[in-house]
Ligand binder design. Structure first.
Ligand code: BES
Ligand code: ZN
Ligand code: ZN
Length: 504
């Protein structure tokens, strides 16, 4: 979808669908609707009076224009009352709008820039979230459908329509930023939608290689031999049951000064998690093709940093593997020698994410990072604790955690903190090794994070458990059914905030 910004009047804008976002409980029609209403002899006044359209969040009404204005149709989308307005409501309204536009098989649509209180967001931010909503709401994955009726019937362009006196430069920059963020999330959804027989560890490397063609990005890949030399017992141990060789990706974006310490992201990239010898039940096991969401989000974040030309140094680390049973697979009771030098008794091969992340976190120390954030579909317990609307947050550094909270609130991908008290280490004790890889019944998300903490270096660290949000059972306004890519915009927004939101 082509994203454009233009200044112009709603009545004279030629498009298949003109989208107007409207507030609930207003005494008078909004500025833009008023102008349209005059041209249409009070059609909208009548519509509001009848109660058919009230402006409730995500409520829609589509009206045909029959040549009365330049647009073929007008789509009203509610955003709720002005005092309750949030950026998230705007994203959702735009997601709702784009779905309706597609329903009527329209090729182009334009959205009138709404009149938003500055306390909610400046014009650039409003443009950003509207574009995010449009791109994310329009997402579909049809690659493996040989006769999709909708093939080729994509929406060609989305135009943000600004009034003449508004700041076009700011709106254009915001829209561009929204496009990068939206496309980053769609990239993650694609990677996670691809089945595990296609999206193998070597294919993930190929995806990283494509990203490395972008400006200021370099790629280094460690192969099995290198891992053996370094002693990456965690990643090697998890990969043993699979015929696919493990990969260790280091993707570096150098947008900052050479002396500037890098922000390092470590993403769990299990291209399929069968559980290994501790095999998972078959119900919903197909969803485990998305157990690479963390890694895909890290790839997307590094790509976005380059596209946004952020003045930062960013490194993405991805330990990549399948987790499979097999004759050579790691067995319960096996002991692994990890990269950090510590030993782990594997009591459950399905707790594999922490084993590969442990090596990733230990490796990160070599980069002398400013901070390290790992992101992972780590524990089913996180779904139990937080449901589907919050990402689990744990970590050692308050200011880093606050920055992530702030980025998450802005992105509409909110995080919620759980305790990381050392008291819980009791549950990780092993009779034969430094620790075991499971923590027993209670506090599964906490014990998993506390396990990771044993492998961090001398750097501020935070951990995001996205098992709660990475997969949606239903289609929402701008969240797709299946892989959601939630967490991507949070990470990129975190970087944007570091640069005070200034996009060059
Ligand atoms: N990838 C899973 C966690 C997961 C579960 C993600 C459901 C998304 C949806 C992880 O590797 C796993 O299997 N964790 C185990 C840990 C347990 C054995 C301690 C779990 O959560 O059951
Ligand atoms: Zn597992
Ligand atoms: Zn897993």
């Amino acid at each position: 979808m082509n994203i454009q910004v233009k200044s112009g009047e709603p009545t004279t804008t030629a498009t298949d669908v003109l989208v107007c976002l409207d507030f609930e409980k207003e005494k008078t029609l909004g500025k833009h609707i008023k102008a349209l209403d005059r041209t249409l002899d009070g059609q909208f006044t009548a519509l509001f009076k009848s109660g058919e359209f009230q402006g409730k969040p995500n409520q829609t009404t589509l009206v045909h224009m029959n040549g009365k204005v330049s647009a073929k149709r007008i789509l009203l989308v509610g955003v709720g009352s002005r005092e309750d307005l949030t950026l998230e409501r705007l994203r959702q309204a735009m997601g709702t709008a784009v779905k309706r536009v597609r329903q009527v098989k329209a090729k182009t649509f334009a959205c009138v820039m709404p009149d938003v209180p500055k306390s909610v967001g400046h014009a650039g931010t409003v443009a950003q979230v509207l574009v995010e909503g449009a791109i994310l709401g329009d997402y579909r994955f049809t690659e493996y459908r040989t006769n999709d009726a909708e093939n080729g019937k994509t929406i060609q362009s989305c135009t943000l329509l600004a009034s003449k006196d508004s700041d076009l430069t700011e709106i254009k920059a915001g829209a561009q930023c929204g496009q990068v963020l939206g496309e980053a999330t769609c990239f993650v959804r694609d990677l996670c939608n691809h089945p595990a027989n296609v999206m193998t560890p070597s294919r993930v490397v190929a995806e990283a290689r494509k990203i490395a063609r972008e400006s200021k990005i370099r790629l280094k890949v460690l192969e099995k031999r290198d891992m053996e030399k370094l002693g990456m017992g965690g990643l090697l141990g998890v990969s043993r049951g699979s015929i696919e060789p493990p990969q260790f990706i280091i993707l570096t974006y150098s947008g900052g000064r050479p002396t500037q310490k890098p922000i390092v992201f470590v993403g769990k990239t299990v291209t399929f998690d069968s559980g290994g010898i501790s095999l998972k039940p078959s119900e919903n096991m197909e969803q485990m093709k998305a157990d690479m969401t963390g890694g895909a989000e890290v790839l997307a974040t590094v790509r976005a940093a380059s596209r946004l030309k952020l003045p930062l140094n960013v490194v993405g680390i991805l330990p990549v593997t399948e987790n499979m049973p097999g004759g050579r697979a790691t067995k319960p009771g096996d002991i692994l020698n990890m990269l950090s030098g510590k030993t782990v008794e594997v009591q459950n091969t399905d707790a594999e994410g922490r084993l590969i992340l442990a090596d990733g976190l230990a490796y990160a120390s070599r980069l002398k990072p400013a901070c390290v954030i790992d992101i992972a579909t780590l524990t089913g317990a996180c779904i139990v604790a937080l449901g589907q609307f919050a990402i689990g947050l744990l970590g050692t550094d308050d200011s880093l955690k606050n920055d992530l909270r702030k980025a998450g609130d802005g992105a509409g991908e909110r995080v919620w903190e759980l305790p990381l008290w050392d008291d819980y280490f009791e549950q990780l004790k092993s009779d034969v090794a430094d620790m075991r890889n499971i923590g027993g019944r209670g506090g599964g998300t906490i014990t998993a994070a506390l396990f990771l903490k044993q492998f961090i270096g001398d750097y501020p660290w935070a951990h995001l458990d996205i098992a709660s949000t990475d997969w949606s059972a239903s289609e929402r306004a701008y969240i797709s059914k299946g892989p959601t890519g939630i967490g991507t915009r949070l990470l990129i927004q975190f970087l944007l905030n570091k640069t005070n939101g200034s996009v060059r």
